[in-house]
Design a protein. Structure first.
Length: 176
């Protein structure tokens, strides 16, 4: 029982420590796509330390492994992609990601991301996004490489299209 309590205490402290740059109480969820009652993709706005709202795309938790096998062992840490601080920047970034589904399989580009527990923090790193062909469509692979270990997550075209529809329906919640 003590181990469980210590685990939750450590989890709470790590989330609190990472939340210093952003005020989690003012987080506004704009759109979300779920599968099996688990959030896969979401777009949300949160004010930074200066009070200006910043939008992020959460692409979910990342697996751990190599180029072939990814095992999802860390449901707490998520990958966040900054979208911008105004409506035009946010929509342009999302449309740009959507266009990469049309690229040939194996095409890669880099974006800035934040891999953190629960909400984004100030740490940024380079994320490689690669278009992958699967049996019935395409996926975008979001990949971080650290010390020879690859962390990756995949977003399907259908899930991303659903997210885009939800964002457009809730556009009024995006920062001006």
């Amino acid at each position: 029982m003590k181990r469980i309590a210590l685990f939750f205490l450590a989890l709470t402290l790590s989330v609190t420590a990472s939340a210093q740059k952003y005020d989690i109480t003012k987080l506004v969820e704009i759109a979300e796509v779920e599968s099996n009652d688990q959030s896969i993709l979401s777009v949300f706005s949160i004010p930074d330390e200066s009070g200006q709202p910043v939008c992020f795309l959460c692409v979910g938790s990342m697996g751990l492994g190599d180029e072939i096998i990814q095992i999802d062992v860390d449901p707490i840490n998520k990958l966040f992609i900054p979208l911008g601080s105004n409506r035009a920047e946010i929509m342009e970034t999302l449309e740009g990601l959507k266009q990469h589904f049309e690229e040939p399989a194996g095409t890669s580009f880099e974006v800035t991301g934040c891999f953190a527990p629960a909400i984004p923090n100030g740490n940024r790193e380079t994320v490689t996004v690669t278009t992958r062909k699967v049996l019935f469509g395409k996926k975008l692979e979001f990949k971080l490489e650290r010390d020879g270990v690859i962390r990756a997550t995949y977003v399907s075209r259908s899930d991303f299209k659903t997210l885009m529809v939800n964002v457009k329906l809730n556009k009024r919640w995006l920062p001006e």
